[in-house]
Structure formats: structure tokens, C-alpha cells
Design a protein around this ligand. Sequence first.
Ligand code: FAD
Length: 465
Amino acid sequence: MRLVVVGGGIAGLAAAHRAVELSRERGTPLDLTLLEARDRLGGTIETERAGGFLVEAGPDSFLSEKPWALALCRRIGLESRLVGTDDRFRRVFVWFGGRLHPVPDGFQLLAPTRLAPFVTSSLFSWPGKLRMALDLVLPRGGGGDESLGAFVRRRLGREALERIAQPLVAGIYTADPDELSLLATMPRFVELERRERSLILGLWKASRQAPAASTSGARWSLFVSLVGGMAELIAAVAARLPHDAVRLKHRVSGIERRGADWRVTTEEGGPVDADAVIIASETHAASRLLRYVDPALATMLELVPYASSATVSLGYRRADIPYPLDGFGVVVPRSERRDLLACTFSSVKYPGRAPEGHVLIRGFVGGTLNAAALERDDGEIVDRVRRELREALGITVDPTLSRVWRHPSSMPQYAVGHLTTVETIERRVAAAPGLFLAGGGYRGVGIADCVRSAEAAADAAFARR
Ligand SMILES: Cc1cc2nc3c(=O)[nH]c(=O)nc-3n(C[C@H](O)[C@H](O)[C@H](O)COP(=O)(O)OP(=O)(O)OC[C@H]3O[C@@H](n4cnc5c(N)ncnc54)[C@H](O)[C@@H]3O)c2cc1C
């Protein structure tokens, strides 16, 4: 089979790798070409080593409870290279009202599951706590797709949304909760309300049924990374592809149908003809490529909005940091009007991120609610992050390392109605034999979901043979 994969992020690589596996398993000859516009593989995933620090430009981990990325690591011999989080420091803080408040123990993203830490928490006011407790008696509501913001306001109140749900969600999706589809991002909560009515009761019941992760004997923490950073995953997958399959600095400029074949054109090289094409780029790039193949499909792809963000990594001598750094990091409610959306204490969360006697802190800036922060130049972005770290953590010294990475239009935003858009996209793609889509724009933004969608695309391409 002649297969072209467009895009060399984790989705494109995982699709190409699965195709290699399938060709071997089935004895089907494979002529594979992976076209990547940039001069490197990995897409948003990039790791740099500098001054003894290991710095992640984008993603720093993947979820282990969604099995696909972990399973891929196992198949490519990376299991011994996986590292979990240091769960002694598992808690996260909310920077609210000029203070760092720990997220109460047992809090599960939107709602509490344990009474004492919630009741004694300094993060919520008494009226706010009582409003959250109303969830215990409120009837079911909603119906249809609802924004995460509307859902949390309805069940738990405004304070729960502003002080915890919004900043935690911004740290994951860089999104505006009033736009974000609950069904597309956290269907578990929709199901919980449908089944149990009260989120607090439902989560409490579930937490009693499933023993805590630390006692369950689960092999991995919730988030996992690799000893050498996320780029190790990219390098290991790439090493398993045929040596001549990958063409860097090849931006695909057009895709056309030629009878039963596909012709993929790049700006740099000659056209490549294929039996099947997997487009694993951002949906806005896929939209441009498909405008002559199926204009309606291109329009649907254009409907998926993307947010931009930047990461700011700062290295310090441990002795210069007055704050104990006894957590994974800090999230910042939008109502605080800061540039920082969140910051991770990277060298506390994962081993080997900073040299002996040093710490690595990574700030996260921008997103849908604060796109203006990215209009500043890199120096200004660093200055503002440092000013905010001074206020939050008392860090006054100059960092020994400072790095900024920008991620323009890189994070898909699953707006209300997203799943309907995706279903339409999938129907139209199914009507174009040999064409497949994969990546973070469709049914899950995280790395694990990207691997799942990519492997499903390769499976579907081979199923046609
Ligand atoms: C700052 C940041 C932090 C994140 N942190 C995490 C995290 O900790 N954990 C997690 O699970 N997820 C995280 N994510 C999400 C994660 O990055 C994505 O799930 C995943 O990496 C997306 O992979 P992808 O292959 O779908 O897309 P991308 O990585 O965006 O790759 C798409 C590739 O397609 C290429 N391309 C586009 N157009 C063309 C063209 N015309 N021709 C050729 N090539 C083209 C691009 O150059 C790019 O390399 C984060 C995202 C960001 C932005």
C-alpha cells in the first residue's frame, strides 16, 4: 500500500508507526511517506537540554489512565524509560486573593469528594461552600450539550466556577469555560449527573468503590513522562519507521483525488501518489488542504477554533527560592487578571528536570481568555511572569535559565456543539475512500487520544485493502 501521512506530530508519527506494524503483521508491502512542514518532528512536542536542565517546550506528560500512549511506549521498548510523578507533592495550589490556597484533598476537578478538607479550605467563602453543597439536593438539569461554565454554575455555583473549575480547566485546555463543551471534554460529569443526579454524591460513591491510586497497586501515576523528556517518545517512534519515509521541510500544499488514487503536492518536492492519505495536521491546516476535495468538509474543519499559548521555563538555584515548592504547581483564576494561567514546579513533579541544587519552574501564558498576553515580545513575557512569580512565591533573584516557546494556534478548543461538528466531519470523510483524519482536533486533545485517533486511522486505511 502507498500511504502518505501529512504532519509529523505525535498523531502523524503514531499513524505511520501503526501502518508499519500492520504491514508487518499482514505481510502487506508498505510504501510510506510522512511529510512534515517543519525542520523537525514532534509538532508541539519538543524537549531541550540546557545547562543541566531538561526543558519541555510543550507537553510535559501524558495521561496513563487513557491507555493508548502508554501502550505505544510499551510496544516500542520505552517502558523502562517511563517516569511517574513524585506523588508526595501531588497537591496543586490556587493563587487567589494574593495567597496560595491548596486545592482541597479529594477535590476532583469540579467537585469535592471529602468533607473535612473542603469545609476547612481557605479557598472558598462560607456562602460559596453552602452553594456548592446545594448540589446534594438540586434536581437534574441541563440537557443537550452545555458549556462547562453553565454546568458548574448550575450545579455548584459561581464561586466554584471562578475559583477552581475555570483555572483548572484553563491549565488543561487554555479555554473559556463558557465556550467549552462539557460533553466533548468531560463526558464523565454529564454521565454522573444523569446517573447519580448529585456530582458530589456520585464522585464520593465512585471514590469509595475505587481505592485511591496510591493503594490500588496501579503501576503508573496519573501523568507519566520519559526520563529524557517527551522528545524521547518522538525519537523512538521515528526510529521505527523506514529510514527513507520521513521528509522534513515538506509543507503539503494540496491534495487531490485522481480516480481511485490520491495525489499529495508539496511546496518543496514533487507530487506523491498514494492509495491512502492520513491528514494528521491541525484541523485549520487540514481545511486548507481539502478545500478542493470537499469544500463542505473544509468548512466544517475550519469551524474548530484553536487557541495560542506560550510556555516560559525558568531555572533557579534551590537556595534562592524562599517558597517550599511542596506541590506540582499553581493555577490562576482569570478573575485575578494575571498573565500566568498556571505554573508547574517541573523539577518537583518529575525527576531529572534540573541539576542538583536547582529547580525548574514553567509558566503557562495566553489561551483563549488572555490572548493579549502573547502580543508582548519574549522579554516582556518573561518579565511579567517573573513579576508574578515574585508576588506568588517570593522569587526575587534572576533565573539561571530562561526559555520561551510560543505555540500559535496549537490547542483545539472544543466549543459547545463540537461533537456534532466532528460527526459531520467523520461522515464526509467516510464518503472519500482512502482519506483519513487524525490528531488532537477531533475526539480528545491529549497525547493519549491523539495516539488512539492515529492508530484508528491506520487501522481503517489497512481495513480497505
Ligand atoms: C503548550 C502545550 C502543552 C500541552 N501539554 C500537554 C500535556 O502535558 N499532555 C498532553 O497529553 N497533551 C498536551 N498538549 C496537547 C498535545 O500537544 C497534543 O495532544 C498533541 O501533541 C497534538 O499532536 P498532533 O500530532 O495532533 O498535532 P501537532 O503536534 O500540532 O502536529 C501537527 C504537525 O502537522 C504539521 N503540519 C501542519 N500543516 C502541515 C502541512 N501542510 N504539511 C506538512 N505538515 C504540516 C505541523 O508542522 C505539526 O508538526 C499540550 C499542547 C500545548 C500547545
